[in-house]
Design a protein around this ligand. Structure first.
Ligand code: SF4
Ligand code: SF4
Length: 95
């Protein structure tokens, strides 16, 4: 099975506490704050992990995207980038 779908299934089977723990772990791994496209607005709103949460509520000016080098990408089987502007992996796959 596709890694992203497999991980999604695993997370669905988790308890709310386990899911929250997993989300916090992924937020800790997210490298968005090191990206030139990451803004003060995003920081103020505590936005991270756009691959899961979808588009930023802030205005996005795309300068670069470092999602491809983020450890969450291989771990979750992500295939897209620029999530803060485009939406979550799920949305981009039309799931
Ligand atoms: S893939 Fe991108 S949006 Fe997702 S956690 Fe990594 S840096 Fe953040
Ligand atoms: S999703 Fe990509 S473009 Fe947006 S802040 Fe994260 S690394 Fe940068």
């Amino acid at each position: 099975m596709d890694k992203f779908l497999e991980m999604g299934k695993k997370m669905e089977e988790m308890s709310p506490e386990e899911k929250e723990e997993m989300i916090q772990k992924l937020r800790g791994m997210c490298t968005c704050e090191q990206c030139a496209s990451y803004t003060d607005c995003m920081k103020e709103k505590g936005e991270l992990l756009f691959c899961a949460t979808g588009k930023s509520e802030c205005l996005v000016r795309m300068k670069e995207c470092i999602c491809a080098d983020c450890p969450v990408t291989p771990m979750m089987g992500l295939m897209n980038t620029s999530y803060c502007m485009q939406g979550s992996e799920k949305e981009l796959r039309g799931l």
